[in-house]
Structures are given as structure tokens and as C-alpha cells.
Design a protein around this ligand. Structure first.
Ligand code: DC
Length: 221
């Protein structure tokens, strides 16, 4: 029987986490959980209801009953809100900042963290996020913190959005990435931080394959 393992992969936006996590989940034959998708879905719900994503009282009025689920279809993660597949919708550019805002609220984090812990306990998985190694799974078997220069991350994000059909200017995206970094690192509850026992990898000049190889070599060691 295979050993149950959890791998925490944290880092700021555009650090290459999700692509690397997907690749590793295939190589290791374990589940990939994109935790950012969950905060994005919560932000979509607030936007749908016309509630400001920083309004704690407003958000707490719906978050307890939020009908959010994660399902896997042909191996790919799909995010469902109120029974509808919102996997495309949560990737819209305007949802990014709203997700960063709503993720600063404790009532939101407590709900998402409980779901993430339940999934991680039930099967081996690699989770990408901001607080996985430091807060969600402090006892994860492996922890990595990936980062990259803000301009490199902006260029990656611009390319990713372009591939999805969204054209956003470089300067606008850079400003957004810097603002999100600031929000994510400075929120009071479970901020983005490198866990003390996480391996730091700067991906600025590395390909996805190289990052995945580096992580695999740590795991196999
Ligand atoms: O990884 P992403 O860009 O899809 O995440 C969107 C936002 O969600 C990000 O700005 C911060 C928040 N987030 C978080 O606070 N904790 C996580 N574990 C994952 C994402």
C-alpha cells in the first residue's frame, strides 16, 4: 500500500506553483488541490450577491452556507458553486483581487481551511496555496516555498491570461501582483509566509520541469 503523504507548495501569485503542482501530482500519482480556487469561488459568490469582499459582516452572512465543492473530472480539478461548474469564471481577471481581499477575512479562511484539512486527511495530495505549510498542514511531510521576481511573475501571469483569452497590460498586472503580495503577506490571520521548515526555491530563471525536478529530488532523498 502506498504511504499517505501531503505536500505543501506555497508562494505568491505567479511563482509557478500551480503548473508545478499539477506536474508533480501526475508524476507521484497523487491528488492536486488548488486552494486558491476555493477563495476565488467565495469571491465570485460575494460579487454575485453584490457584497463587498472586504465587508466582514456581509461576507459572514453567507459564508457558513456557501455551497462549494471540489470535484475531479478526468483528473482535473473543477470548482462547483451552488451546483454549477465555475472553474472558468473564477479565472476572470477581476476575480483575482476580490479573492485576495476576501481571503483576508477570518470567517472565510476558517471555512476553507476545514475543507482543505478534510481533503488532505482523506488522501495523499499536493496542495498549493499561501498558508498550507505554515497553517493548514503544519505537519505536512514535505513543504516547499516557491517564489520569483515580481516582473517575472507578472510576465507569466500575462501569458496565462492571454492563453485564456484575456488581454491585460503589463503595468496594470504588475501593480495588481504587488498589491496582492502585500495583502496576502500582511493580513492578520494566516498570512503568506515561508514555513520555518519549508524548502525555498526561487523559480525566476527555472523552467517548470526544473522546479518539478528539484522538488522531486528532495522528496526522493
Ligand atoms: O493562487 P490564486 O492566485 O488562485 O489565489 C487567489 C487568492 O486567494 C490569493 O491572492 C490569496 C488567496 N489564497 C489564500 O489566501 N490562501 C490560499 N491557501 C490560497 C489562496
Amino acid at each position: 500500500m502506498k504511504r499517505h503523504i501531503n505536500i505543501a507548495l506555497d508562494g505568491p501569485s505567479g511563482s509557478g506553483k500551480s503548473t508545478v503542482a499539477k506536474m508533480l501530482s501526475e508524476k507521484l500519482d497523487i491528488l492536486y488541490l488548488d486552494t486558491g480556487a476555493m477563495y476565488r469561488a467565495a469571491a465570485c459568490k460575494a460579487m454575485e450577491l453584490g457584497i463587498d469582499t472586504l465587508d466582514e459582516k456581509g461576507v459572514s452572512s453567507f459564508i457558513g452556507d456557501l455551497d462549494l465543492s471540489i470535484r475531479y473530472i478526468d483528473g482535473a480539478q473543477h470548482t462547483f458553486l451552488d451546483g454549477k461548474d465555475v472553474s472558468e469564471r473564477i479565472r476572470k481577471p477581476e476575480v483575482s483581487m476580490a479573492a485576495s481581499n476576501i481571503s483576508s477575512l477570518k470567517c472565510v479562511r476558517l471555512k476553507m481551511v476545514a475543507m482543505q484539512r478534510e481533503i488532505a486527511a482523506s488522501m495523499s495530495c499536493i496542495l498549493d496555496g499561501r498558508d498550507i505549510g505554515s497553517y493548514v498542514l503544519p505537519d505536512a511531510e514535505y513543504k516547499f516555498y516557491v517564489t520569483a521576481d515580481a516582473k517575472v511573475r507578472t510576465a507569466r501571469r500575462q501569458k496565462e491570461l492571454r492563453e485564456r483569452g484575456f488581454e491585460v497590460g503589463f503595468d496594470e498586472l504588475l501593480a495588481e501582483i504587488e498589491q496582492r503580495d502585500f495583502n496576502d503577506k500582511n493580513r492578520d490571520f494566516a498570512p503568506l509566509v515561508q514555513a520555518k521548515d519549508a524548502v525555498l526555491i526561487d523559480t525566476s530563471s527555472l523552467s517548470v520541469e526544473e522546479v518539478a525536478e528539484k522538488i522531486l529530488s528532495f522528496i526522493e532523498r
